[in-house]
Design a protein around this ligand. Structure first.
Ligand code: AMP
Ligand code: MG
Length: 493
C-alpha cells in the first residue's frame, strides 16, 4: 500500500500536445482540511488509507501541493448546452493533475474546484461545499449501485469564501476516472475543422481505453458502436434506479459511458416520469423520461465528429453512422427491459413482462408512490399466500387499486414456479434500499455548513452498501419528509 506520492505519477493525456489543453496549476487555498476520503476509491489506486491523514495528502487533494511527476492541465472542449452549440468550453474549475497506476489500469486524478483556468470564462474556478458534497457522495453511491461513473477519492474544505447567491465556503473534490474525455472534446476539433486532431483524439482513446477495438476492421466505427452501446446502457441503469442527471449537455457526456459532472442531479422519490431535478431546466429538456432520447441526441453529436474518419465518401460515412445510431434504442431497451424483469424478480422472459412492469410504474405515478420503496419491498410479496401484500400496499394511497396488478404479478410468478426465498434474495440485490435522496444530501450539507462532517461520513458508509439491510439506518430508507419537496437544486454550484 502506498501514499499518494508513491503512486507512479505521469500525465498520459499531456502527450496529446497543447492543442488539447492549457497547462495550469491549481491555485492554493488557505488552511485546507480533509472532510472525507472514500476507502473504495482509495482501494482502486491501492492507496494506503492511513496515509490520507497526513498533511501531504491534504495539501495535495486541496491543490496546494503538486506531485513532482504530475503535469497539471485544464482540458479544452466544446459542447451542446441545452441544444445550442458552444464552440469553446473547457475545464473552468477542474485541473487534471495526472494519472497513477492502480487496479484495472491507470486512473486520472482531477481536482474540481482548483481555481481559475484559461477556460473559466470570468467565473472563479471554485466549487462550494454543498455541490462538492453532492458530487462526492453521489459518485461513490452510483459506483456502489453498479453504475458506471467517475469516482471521488476525497473532499476537502477551506475557510476561503466563495460567492454564489450568498457567501459560501470553498471545497475541492479529487475525482478519478480512466479518462475525462467528453463528447464535447471531439466536438471542439470537429467544428474547428481540425480533423487531424479529431483523429489523434480517437486514436488515443482507442489505444488507451478501447484497446480491443484496434483489432477491428474499422476501429473508428467500432468506437462509435462502443460509445453508443455504453451510453444506452448507462442511461437504462439511471432509469432503473430513478436517477436524473439534470444537465445532459454533450460536454457532460463521457466517451467511456461514465456518469460525469454531478450538478443538479436528483433521485426520484415519488415516481414521476416527468421529474425535472434541475430548477434551471425550464423546458424540461433533461426531465427523467427524456434521458434515453437525449442520450441518443448526444451520441449523434459525437457521431457527427467521427464522420471524417468513417469513410472518404461523406455519404457512405453518414450511412455508417446512421446505422449505428439506429441501434441505440434497441440497446437501450435491451438493458432497460432486462433490468425491469430483474426488478420484478422474474427468471424467464415473457412478452407480457414489460407491460406488467409498465403497468406498475403507471400505478405508482397515479398513486404518488415512492419509486425506491415500492421496488425494494416488492420482494415481500409471496406466491402462495397474501401475507406480504398489506405491508407493500401501504406505499399506495388507494391500495385497492393495486389488487388487479398484484393478481397478475402473482400469477406470473406462479407460472414460472418462482420460489419466494430465492426471489427475495435476488430482488434485494437489484432493488436498492438506500439511495442518495435529495433530503439526505441536504441534511449532510446543513451539518457540514456548521462544520460537522459526520453526516457526510455516515452517508458515504451507508451508500457503499445500498442493497444491504442496515437495521440501525432504517430511518434513511424512509419516504422523504414534507420539507424535502421545497429543496431547490440549480446549476449554481
Ligand atoms: P457544468 O455545468 O458544471 O458541467 O459546467 C459547465 C461549464 O462551466 C464547464 O466548462 C465548467 O468548467 C464551467 N464552470 C462551471 N462552474 C464554474 C466556476 N465556478 N468557475 C469556472 N468555470 C466554471
Ligand atoms: Mg461540465
Amino acid at each position: 500500500m502506498k501514499t499518494l506520492n508513491d503512486l507512479n505519477w505521469r500525465n498520459g493525456f499531456a502527450q496529446l500536445g497543447d492543442d488539447f489543453y492549457a497547462k495550469q496549476k491549481p491555485t492554493p487555498v488557505n488552511n485546507p482540511y480533509l472532510i472525507s476520503v472514500s476507502p473504495a476509491a482509495a482501494d482502486l489506486i491501492e492507496l494506503d488509507l492511513a496515509s490520507t491523514a497526513s498533511a501531504d495528502f491534504i495539501e495535495t487533494v486541496s491543490g496546494n501541493r503538486i506531485p513532482p511527476e504530475a503535469q497539471p492541465l485544464a482540458q479544452i472542449y466544446a459542447g451542446h448546452q441545452f441544444g445550442h452549440f458552444v464552440p469553446q468550453l473547457g475545464d473552468g474549475r477542474a485541473i487534471l493533475l495526472g494519472d497513477v497506476e492502480g487496479k484495472n489500469g491507470r486512473w486520472e486524478l482531477q481536482l474540481k474546484g482548483a481555481g481559475p483556468t484559461p477556460f473559466s470564462r470570468n467565473a472563479d474556478g471554485r466549487a462550494v461545499l454543498r455541490s462538492s458534497i453532492r458530487e462526492y457522495l453521489c459518485s461513490e453511491a452510483m459506483a456502489a449501485l453498479g453504475i458506471a461513473t467517475t469516482r471521488a477519492l476525497a473532499i476537502t474544505g477551506t475557510p476561503d469564501e466563495v460567492y454564489r447567491e450568498q457567501i459560501e465556503s470553498g471545497s475541492t473534490v479529487m475525482r478519478m476516472a480512466p479518462t475525462f474525455i467528453r463528447f464535447g472534446t471531439f466536438e471542439l476539433f470537429y467544428y474547428r475543422g481540425q480533423y487531424d486532431q479529431v483523429q489523434q483524439l480517437a486514436d488515443y482513446l482507442i489505444e488507451q481505453h478501447y484497446p480491443e477495438l484496434q483489432q477491428e476492421a474499422e476501429p473508428y466505427l467500432a468506437l462509435l458502436k462502443a460509445v453508443n452501446q455504453r451510453t444506452a446502457k448507462m442511461i437504462a441503469q439511471w432509469q432503473l434506479v430513478g436517477f436524473a442527471h439534470g444537465v445532459m449537455n454533450s460536454d457532460n457526456m463521457s466517451v467511456l459511458g461514465l456518469t460525469i459532472d454531478y450538478g443538479p442531479f436528483g433521485f426520484l422519490d415519488q415516481y414521476d416520469p416527468h421529474f425535472i431535478c434541475n430548477h434551471s431546466d425550464h423546458s424540461g429538456r433533461y426531465a427523467f423520461d427524456q434521458q434515453p432520447q437525449i442520450g441518443l441526441w448526444n451520441v449523434s453529436c459525437f457521431a457527427q465528429t467521427l464522420l471524417p474518419l468513417l469513410d472518404e465518401d461523406p455519404e457512405t460515412s453518414a450511412e455508417k453512422a446512421q446505422k449505428v445510431l439506429q441501434q441505440y434504442q434497441g440497446h437501450h431497451l435491451t438493458f432497460y427491459h432486462q433490468g425491469l424483469r430483474q426488478k420484478l424478480g422474474l427468471q424467464t422472459e415473457q412478452k407480457e413482462d414489460i407491460e406488467l412492469a409498465q403497468a406498475l410504474l403507471g400505478l405508482m405515478q397515479l398513486q404518488g408512490a415512492d419509486h425506491t420503496l415500492v421496488f425494494r419491498t416488492l420482494s415481500q410479496i409471496k406466491v402462495s399466500d397474501k401475507s406480504g401484500d398489506e405491508g407493500w400496499l401501504t406505499h399506495f394511497k388507494e391500495p385497492e387499486k393495486l389488487q388487479p396488478w398484484l393478481e397478475s404479478y402473482r400469477a406470473r410468478l406462479h407460472a414460472e414456479e418462482s420460489k419466494d426465498d430465492e426471489r427475495q434474495q435476488q430482488m434485494n440485490k437489484i432493488n436498492p434500499k438506500y439511495i442518495l435522496r435529495n433530503y439526505l444530501a441536504q441534511n449532510a450539507i446543513a451539518k457540514a455548513q456548521k462544520k460537522d462532517y459526520s453526516e457526510v461520513e455516515k452517508l458515504l458508509k451507508l451508500l457503499q452498501q445500498p442493497f444491504d439491510e442496515q437495521p440501525e439506518m432504517e430511518a434513511y430508507a424512509a419516504k422523504p419528509p414534507e420539507w424535502a419537496a421545497e429543496i431547490s437544486v440549480s446549476c449554481s454550484s
